[in-house]
Design a protein around this ligand. Structure first.
Ligand SMILES: [Zn+2]
Length: 478
């Protein structure tokens, strides 16, 4: 059986998840479920990035140990994945023993001449856990955090990224490493063509509060949090702990897909492939980059106090409705906007009136006419849906499905089945019902990756020998 591999990025756990991460989870889940629907044995990986110094600081602020803070917050991220019906195979926590073992193994697998010890003096922002060049600061402050970076002088291990410049350029330019959408591919190429600098991959252990993955063979250093975080894509399927699973889902898997946000493109399109080349391991095949969400037109930020919490939205509208909104209203690869008014709007129009109404009308007609369904033919996938999904165009795929839903609703209006029922034209009615139910079952089949719970309810409801009116799929909002 063909295998495929899909991952989300792993978020920091120093704050609660916001709706932007929900978008990424849902996109990755649709890809994985779509692959499974086509028969692939698909591995979906998500998890949390826990070795950041930020966690040490956040924990100290709350009077907790970093371990306690990570346990508590990672559980919230996993709750979110569950609440959104994400079909992950593993939720990898980067503070786990298995991840530590795999990250250490990866470090030692890198070519020895690629990891060099250097004295370094630079401007360091603790919030970013990264060094800045003076020219990249804004009025001497970190452009992300608005704080003045500290001058830090230490001896760190550096990775010889510069040695991979040509190889990376060829890989991306040739499409061997596919970066989607095109704008992000060009951005990565532009970055490479500016010239790649070696980068620091370790931090002083003491300055990191003793938190992080120890550098093999050097007790004074821990791995730079990005170095170990990237290796989660390998330790998740079993690198360093389960060789069979790692071989199956990464090393010998023909299609390895990372789903990431545009802010971390550089780490995934440049640092990560270079590290893998150094370690002699296969690269991802595809990096799909989504845009960012704004909330009522404003950038989401913890500091802005408008980081939208996905849990109450799931509570009010249901997981499938939030999935639908994120997939349909946010064009893949581009920025999108979230507002509760728009979620309500889409819920009423597309879900309650569109799909919900279609299914309910058919169920009511079947109940009244005593129609039972024994439809066992194979579902057929509309080519526009499958083409859109192969391009990661989730909104386009849903648009195609909803066009079909609209057509069916109009067709039912035109045929006036209630009159056929009144005039006791049972045979004609039953012919129509059979065709319509077949079409709705086709729709629900192709909806499985997007709205898994709704698709299952439709299929259960319409596969009975006596079809009855069931609970509305999308109850009217009060
Ligand atoms: Zn910063």
């Amino acid at each position: 059986m063909k295998t495929s591999y899909v991952s989300t990025s792993i978020p920091y756990v120093n704050a609660r998840p916001h709706v932007g991460f929900a978008l990424e989870l849902v996109q990755a889940d649709v890809i994985a479920r779509w692959r499974r629907l086509q028969g692939d044995d698909t591995y979906l990986l998500t998890g949390t990035d826990e070795n950041a110094f930020k966690n040490v600081q956040a924990a100290a602020g709350e009077g907790l140990t970093p371990r306690r803070l990570c346990d508590r917050n990672a559980a919230v991220f996993q709750d979110l994945a569950n609440a959104l019906d994400i079909s992950y195979n593993r939720f990898i926590r980067s503070s786990s023993d298995a991840h530590f073992r795999g990250a250490s193994l990866f470090w030692t697998a890198c070519r020895r001449e690629d990891i060099v010890l250097r004295q370094y003096r630079g401007l360091y922002c603790v919030g970013c856990e990264d060094f800045y060049l003076k020219k990249d600061l804004e009025d001497g402050r970190c452009p992300v955090h608005g704080v003045e970076p500290e001058i830090v002088e230490e001896t760190n291990y550096f990775f010889r990224l510069s040695a991979y410049q040509k190889t990376l350029e060829t890989l991306i330019a040739s499409g061997k490493l596919r970066i989607l959408p095109e704008t992000r591919r060009n951005e990565a190429l532009g970055f490479i063509r500016q010239g790649l600098q070696d980068f620091s991959i370790s931090r002083n252990r003491e300055r990191s509060g003793g938190w992080g993955v120890p550098v093999p063979g050097d007790a004074t250093q821990v791995m730079y949090v990005w170095f170990d975080a990237l290796t989660n894509y390998l330790t998740g399927p079993g690198y360093g702990s389960n060789a069979g699973s790692f071989e199956r889902y990464w090393a010998n898997c023909p299609d390895r897909i990372h789903v990431i946000g545009k802010d971390i493109l550089k780490f995934h399109a440049i640092f990560w492939p270079a590290l893998l080349l150094s370690a002699g391991l296969p690269l991802p095949r595809t990096i799909f980059v989504h845009g960012h969400l704004t909330v009522e037109g404003r950038k989401i930020g913890k500091s802005l106090g408008n980081a939208v919490d996905p849990f109450p939205l799931i509570g009010r509208y249901g997981a499938d409705a939030l999935r639908y909104y994120l997939l349909r209203a946010v064009r893949s690869g581009e920025d999108g906007d979230v507002s509760e008014a728009r979620i309500r709007d889409v819920y009423n129009t597309d879900l309650a009136n569109g799909l919900g109404n279609l299914v309910r009308r058919l169920e009511a007609l079947c109940e009244r006419s005593g129609y039972g369904c024994v439809d066992t033919r194979d579902a057929h996938i509309p080519p526009d849906v499958s083409g859109a999904l192969d391009r990661f165009d989730f909104a386009g795929a849903l648009r195609a499905i909803w066009l079909r839903i609209g057509e069916l609703n109009r067709e039912i209006d035109a045929v006036r089945p209630w009159e056929l029922l009144k005039r006791q034209k049972a045979e004609r009615l039953s012919e129509h019902l059979s065709a319509w139910i077949g079409s709705v079952l086709d729709i629900s089949w192709v909806l499985r990756p997007f709205l898994p719970c709704t698709a299952e309810r439709i299929e259960t409801g319409l596969s009975r020998s006596r079809i009855r009116k069931s609970q509305p799929l999308f109850p009217r909002l009060t």
